[in-house]
Design a protein around this ligand. Structure first.
Ligand code: ZN
Length: 458
């Protein structure tokens, strides 16, 4: 039984929202399998064409008012504001979804691409990540156009085609906006999907809504050890596996530094846990939940080339170590430090450049978008224990999103999901099995978005 509703407030706003129609359209969207292939060539782009046709049929006011541009299969819709002096608002999302994990198809209660809708849930791959927000953005703009006419502020909706893989869509659209000299007031993209328990931050019994203002960087470092192998009865000097093992252990045990960043101070201040000058980052480093927020993390994840037989020494071997970089540390810094740590071993270290990126910039939680989001959250999310609105908590995103691709045209990139679910639903459903969203949460997210658009753009 879903429980996240206990935080909802003002569900009686916008009584003309038609729940059956809204949930039906979300279900219809989820039935179009815009799945990322393992490579660009293996993606079924015809599904993206069907999705575009579905959007055009479902949102006539929006597609009539907007300039529609396609970048490969990504879509940019620009609804011109009446006041061209105002900086545009940017609503972001990705149309692609991850595949169903092979072999788990039968574990789904309803088919992942059936678009099943019942009295409580809308089911399907993408229901949380992030067709709900993509459709919610379109529904909210359509609603505002229908009730209020053209907005004061230009609204740009960007929908990428490959967030879960290469992120070329977002990269292209962000660069294009920058090339046109467009500076946006704020952007809104996916965030945490849950109402967060603030206990790990020392605010036990309290809850809040996370808005991620920055993302950690990402670096894969590949270690290679070369060896001719041979019979294991004379392993003089150690096998390639022994050498690789020593190198991995050095990286895993190394001190990657720790720091209470200005953003972590902002987080702590917002939850009321105090952001004093005397915070000791080593205390966070010892905490399972909080340590990724104060350090660059090092996770050895892949090893290749081990011998298939116990009496045969392995030949060339490689290992891949995944780093998540704290603000202030670049991928080049990590590579240099890895090379230093293994300098006396016969190990080569290189950066897997095509997947690595430095940490994002840190957005400022100021201006019309930030104030509008705060006000919308206060209206629609309330702590049932105290009756107080839930605080909007600025924080660092440990993973990655499309948002950093828009930093070139926006200084307030807000990674925030108005569509929430219980934590167990999120951990099971996102990229997993039985992904679904409650009808109530979907409706509530649309109310929040309409409120945000009305206060910031109309
Ligand atoms: Zn996503």
């Amino acid at each position: 039984m879903a429980d996240v509703w206990r935080f909802f407030s003002h569900e009686d706003d916008l009584p003309d929202l038609d729940a059956d129609a809204l949930c039906g359209r979300l279900g219809a969207e989820l039935s179009i399998p815009t799945v990322d292939g393992p490579t660009h060539d293996q993606t079924d782009w015809a599904a993206f064409d069907r999705l575009e046709a579905f959007f055009r049929a479902s949102f006539p006011l929006l597609f009539d008012a907007a300039r529609v541009e396609k970048f490969d299969h990504s879509l940019m819709l620009t609804v011109p504001g009446r006041n061209q002096e105002l900086r545009p608002a940017l609503l972001l999302g990705h149309m692609d979804v991850v595949p169903v994990v092979p072999g788990t198809e039968a574990d789904w209660t309803y088919g992942a691409f059936d678009g099943h809708v019942d009295d409580e849930y809308v089911w399907g791959r993408g229901a949380l990540d992030m067709s709900d927000q993509v459709m919610g953005n379109l529904e909210a703009v359509e609603y505002v156009l229908g009730h209020d006419g053209l907005p004061e502020r230009t609204i740009i909706v960007c929908m990428g085609q490959d967030e879960e893989t290469l992120q070329t869509g977002a990269r292209t659209m962000g660069a294009e906006l920058a090339r046109r000299g467009i500076r946006c007031e704020f952007s809104l993209d996916e965030g945490s999907y849950v109402v967060s328990d603030l206990a790990p931050y020392g605010a036990s019994g309290r809850h809040g809504l996370m808005v991620f203002l920055a993302e950690k960087g990402y670096a894969d470092v590949r270690l290679t050890v070369r060896s001719a192998g041979g019979h294991s009865s004379n392993p003089f000097g150690g096998t390639s596996l022994a050498t690789l093992g020593r190198a991995i252990a050095r990286l895993a045990e190394a001190d990657w530094g720790c720091e209470v960043t200005p953003l972590l101070r902002q987080t702590l201040e917002a939850v009321g846990a105090g952001g004093g000058a005397d915070l000791d980052p080593r205390e966070f480093l010892a905490d399972r939940d909080l340590f990724p927020y104060v350090t660059t993390t090092c996770a050895p994840t892949m090893i290749c080339g081990g011998s298939a037989q116990a009496n045969v020494m392995p030949q060339d071997m490689t290992a891949t170590v995944n780093f998540r970089l704290l603000t202030g540390t670049t991928a080049a810094d990590v590579l240099a430090r890895v090379r230093e740590l293994v300098a006396d071993l016969p190990v080569e270290a290189e950066l897997v450049a095509e997947v690595s990126n430095d940490p994002s910039a840190v957005s400022v939680l100021e201006g019309a978008g930030a104030e509008g989001l705060r006000a919308a959250c206060e209206r629609y999310f309330v702590d049932p224990a105290t009756g107080e609105p839930l605080p909007l908590v600025p924080a660092l995103l440990l993973g990655a999103s499309d948002s950093r691709m828009y930093e070139c045209c926006c200084g307030t990139c807000l990674r925030f999901s108005p569509f929430v679910a219980d934590a167990d639903e999120v951990s099971r459903g996102i990229h997993g099995t039985d992904e679904r969203i409650t009808r109530r949460a979907y409706l509530q997210g649309i109310r929040l978005l309409v409120h945000l658009l009305r206060t910031t753009c109309c």
